[in-house]
Design a protein around this ligand. Structure first.
Ligand SMILES: N[C@@H](CCC(=O)N[C@@H](CS)C(=O)NCC(=O)O)C(=O)O
Length: 205
């Protein structure tokens, strides 16, 4: 059975959502990052980069959320529920997964870190990362608008799953890069009502 090392954070929830969508059985191994459990020798043997999520499947360990979703799709998604079978659509889904890893993920993480601290320097960081988040949200909005799409590729894929847990937090915080864009709000709300997403967002319980 797949073992999922995870915590109550957006990167972990990408993987629990994907596993729930695929209906794959998995065991949850909580790593409390607030208690710094990611630095234990046992977890460093799983991921030397001391971050969740990581999975163990059939003796192979994989870390990095995007790298985890790809083999999950390859091994467990014969119907193309989240990783399309059509090669062109599949490539497009992978493109959006990488876009999240290189864009929304790091920028929103740094924006959040700057918000949690005080001081002039951090105000500057809030502005820098907030401006970039606004730009990235504008890109996502235009993709949905120009393709008249319900989801990033048209169909629901790993590209949407990668973005959802991060942008949902920003939406719930009232970030105007999202709340001022009704298409983005509708897209996130459409993803949120999926039962597998609701279940995945509660992992670990
Ligand atoms: N690029 C990594 C980022 C993973 C990551 O930043 N995980 C956070 C929780 S969302 C973490 O484990 N932080 C603990 C630490 O940095 O020590 C991925 O997508 O898996």
């Amino acid at each position: 059975m797949i073992k999922l090392h995870t915590w109550k954070t957006p990167n972990g929830r990408k993987v629990s959502i994907a596993l729930e969508e695929l209906g794959v059985e998995y065991e949850v191994l909580p790593i409390d990052t607030g208690a710094e459990e990611q630095f234990s020798d046992a977890f460093l043997a799983v991921n030397p980069n001391h971050k969740i999520p990581a999975i163990d499947e059939g003796g192979q360990t994989i870390w990095e959320s995007g790298a985890i979703l790809l083999p999950l799709g390859e091994r467990h998604d014969r119907d193309g529920r989240i990783l399309p079978r059509d090669p062109a659509k599949r490539m497009e889904a992978i493109q959006f997964a990488f876009f999240q890893i290189g864009g929304v993920g790091p920028n929103l993480a740094r924006f959040g870190a700057a918000l949690r601290k005080e001081g002039d320097k951090n105000q500057e960081m809030i502005e820098i990362f907030g401006r970039e988040m606004n730009r990235l949200c504008g890109v996502l909005d235009r993709i949905l608008e120009n393709g008249n799409r319900d989801y990033l590729t048209g169909d629901y894929t790993i590209g949407d799953i990668m973005h959802f847990p991060w942008l949902r937090i920003a939406q719930n915080m009232g970030a105007d890069w999202i709340t001022s864009r009704p298409r983005l709000v509708d897209w996130l709300d459409r993803i949120a009502v999926r039962p597998a997403v609701a279940r995945g967002m509660e992992i670990p319980g």
